[in-house]
Design a protein around this ligand. Sequence first.
Ligand SMILES: [Zn+2]
Ligand SMILES: [Zn+2]
Length: 314
Amino acid sequence: MGMSVSRVFSGLLFCTALLAAPLAAQAEFMRVTLLGTGSPRVDADRAGPAVLVEAGGKKLLFDAGRSIVQRLAQTGMPISDIDTVFLTHLHSDHIFGLDDLWITGWVYQRPKPLTVHGPAGTSNLATSLEQAFRYDISVRNQYSGLAKNSVRLLAREIEPGVVYSQERVKVTAFLVDHGAVEPAYGYRIDFGDRSVVISGDTTYSETLVTQARGVDVLIHEFFAAHPDLLARNPRLRRVEAYHTNPGQMTRVLHETRAKVTVLTHVILAGLGRDEVMRGLRETYEGEVYMGEDLMQFEIGSEVKVLWSDESTPR
Ligand SMILES: [Zn+2]
Ligand SMILES: [Zn+2]
């Protein structure tokens, strides 16, 4: 298993040369970029949750957390290239960057409307954002000559099952367990034999395990708090209950055995990243990493893990 994965530490040219490089016209090749690995906590090193998946000429964005437009700019990809978004759930940390992506993408000449797939409530979100930005849109329309149609924000409320299928790229939504947040979705993206699963926010979820068994890349949320903090802080225990703690993560790792697993939406309370990762690796011999913003995964016959200068673990 370990031999199928090569770790590539990239040099200074990474951002300009590699990130901006078009995907090779190679069959069944996917590229995954962690645009943001953060959570509701404000962290200068972690933008809000967002994963960019490129396959078959499609560029699909999963969640749109804070600051992701800056992260997109760092990859060299034009913001206007993104016209398809999938939301895992409607917690604010997963949508704080949506208005920026929508309006700024339009200003940058996105040729099409922005389509947002998400749980019940997504239509209301889109309508409300259009209302909130009505003034800005009308003012820009008067002076800028921007395409009026492409400023539209199209909501597609989804149910579990296949929610997108184009150019051999298939996206399947499945329900996860995020406590009171119902529905909350995870997503599986298939392109030929290649596959990626994004957990969204969830505690241990059997559905997720079923979807993620043996995938190329599993991107899973993670919450780790020191036992003493948990013991004296009921609020922290309530938060832990709808996220995935280290014991549950260990179970997920063993039950899914993805080629590569990467932790995101990282919340560490009173624990350091190294001790947390050491704990996970003590019982699981497969490839597991703590996610960093702008980390990439190139999925071909093997999975390459790439860190940019910005995302190299400190
Ligand atoms: Zn969240
Ligand atoms: Zn959440």
